[in-house]
Design a protein. Structure first.
Length: 129
C-alpha cells in the first residue's frame, strides 16, 4: 500500500502513464467530457471533492509546464480564478468554447465534484529535469 499522496489506484496509475507534453484536464462536474481521453471520475456529491482539493493533490505529484483555463472564470468564479492565478503565474486564458475544443486532445480527464462554474484547467505536463 502507498504511504501517502494520491491513493486512488485508477488516478495514481493514470498519472504514472503521463509524459512530457501530455495534457490533463481537471474539470468541474458540469464540463462536457470528450470521447477519447482516459477519464478518472472522482465526483461523489455536488462539491465533493472540490476543484481546489483535487488540483492541489495533483500539483503535489506532477511537474506542470503550462496551464490553460477559460476566460469566463474571471467573472463567474473568483475563488477558482484566484487559485489558478496563484498556482500558475503564466496562466493562458481562452474562451470556454475553445477550452472544450482543446480538451479533446488531452490524455487524461480528472472530473471533480465541483459545482461552481468554470472550475476547469488544462495542464500540460513537464519534466523534472
Amino acid at each position: 500500500m502507498k504511504r501517502g499522496g494520491i491513493l486512488n489506484r485508477h488516478l495514481s496509475g493514470a498519472l504514472a502513464e503521463l509524459g512530457h507534453g501530455d495534457g490533463l484536464l481537471v474539470c468541474d462536474a458540469g464540463m462536457p467530457i470528450p470521447d477519447g481521453p482516459r477519464v478518472v471520475d472522482l465526483a461523489f456529491r455536488a462539491g465533493v471533492p472540490s476543484f481546489s482539493e483535487v488540483l492541489e493533490g495533483l500539483l503535489a505529484e506532477l511537474v506542470v509546464e503550462g496551464a490553460t483555463a477559460a476566460t469566463e472564470v474571471r467573472d463567474a468564479n473568483p475563488e477558482a480564478s484566484a487559485l489558478l492565478d496563484d498556482r500558475f503565474p503564466n496562466l493562458a486564458l481562452v474562451p470556454h468554447e475553445r477550452l472544450k475544443e482543446l480538451s479533446a486532445g488531452v490524455r487524461l480527464v480528472v472530473r471533480t465534484g465541483e459545482a461552481r462554474p468554470y472550475a476547469n484547467v488544462l495542464l500540460r505536463c513537464g519534466v523534472f529535469f
